[in-house]
Ligand binder design. Sequence first.
Ligand code: HEM
Length: 227
Amino acid sequence: MLIESNYKEIEEDHGRKKSGMSFEEVIEECKLFYLAGQETTASLLIWAMVLLCMHPSWQTLAREEVFQVFGNHKPEFDDLNHLKLVSKILHETLRLYSSIPVLTRATYKETKLGEISIPPGILVSLPILMVHQDHEYWGDDAEEFNPDRFSHGLSKASSNNEVSFFPFSWGPRICIGQNFALMEAKLTLAMILQNFTFELSADYVHAPTVGITIQPQYGAHLILHNI
Ligand code: HEM
């Protein structure tokens, strides 16, 4: 698709050398898509499963919804938006275990941020995970797993409008794959819920560790039982 659209752009510009991407740029874009899309979605899925093990009543409710929507059939793309509860679980997982916990930006010119003036060349950290658990925005139960806080949509989940929830970043550089990622995660989680019940193994140690993504430091030891 990428190569096709690149060719089209070059053709439409009468083959001018400067339009479209070079072969090397296409390769770099493919690498970026792989890196940006794989670890992040895997992290979302693993924490969603760990949380559903820790909160088995939510696991049961999510499975009931999956069977209500798909029965024993393979989940179809068109019906994924009927999975309201599974969506809430994924959003709550992204709030508590935001795949990318911190973003960094560098100022290239003097920049005003509210009352603060920042000179060029300064690194600014956007602590996604901290904002996602700030009591001021999320209430006293900010650290607790409660998918119902997303019942009235993303913008109403917190007390200070939607910018307190930004697992996919915000603005012009917002994640280009966010809809794809949520669809992929919904489909995968639905298929897992349809086929297995799962629980934490006795040797699971809860130790989320922060690298580029949040990972379970000693692995996620889960026991799956066929349904
Ligand atoms: C749960 C899954 C995902 C999360 C939490 C996530 C999060 C993010 C975040 C926070 C950024 C902004 C990075 C920055 O501004 O420095 C980003 C950028 C990006 N993401 Fe995702 N992402 C996910 C899945 C995906 C998938 C599945 C793809 C591709 C299929 C993808 C492709 C990209 C690309 C290409 C960028 C760079 C966009 C740009 O710089 O303009 N992401 N993602």
